[in-house]
Design a protein around this ligand. Sequence first.
Ligand SMILES: [Ca+2]
Ligand SMILES: [Ca+2]
Length: 82
Amino acid sequence: MKRILTGLAMTLALALAGGAAAIASVADIDSDGDSLITFAEMQAAYPTVSEDLFASADTNGDAMIDEAELTAAEDAGLIKTE
Ligand SMILES: [Ca+2]
Ligand SMILES: [Ca+2]
């Protein structure tokens, strides 16, 4: 019982540390470990994200979404990662 409560407390602490708005991080979506999200990686994790949506989240136009761009897109409500 004590172990279950400790696990619950840790999960809660991690959720709070992540902040309320930024639910997913690049590491959750990035499958090849280069710390950047390609459109293919985004589609694999979130099939509802269209190419247009991906392009609007990619503010510097390098066809990759980095941590800052992902956070901005989540904050703006462009990408729903809940
Ligand atoms: Ca990647
Ligand atoms: Ca980019």
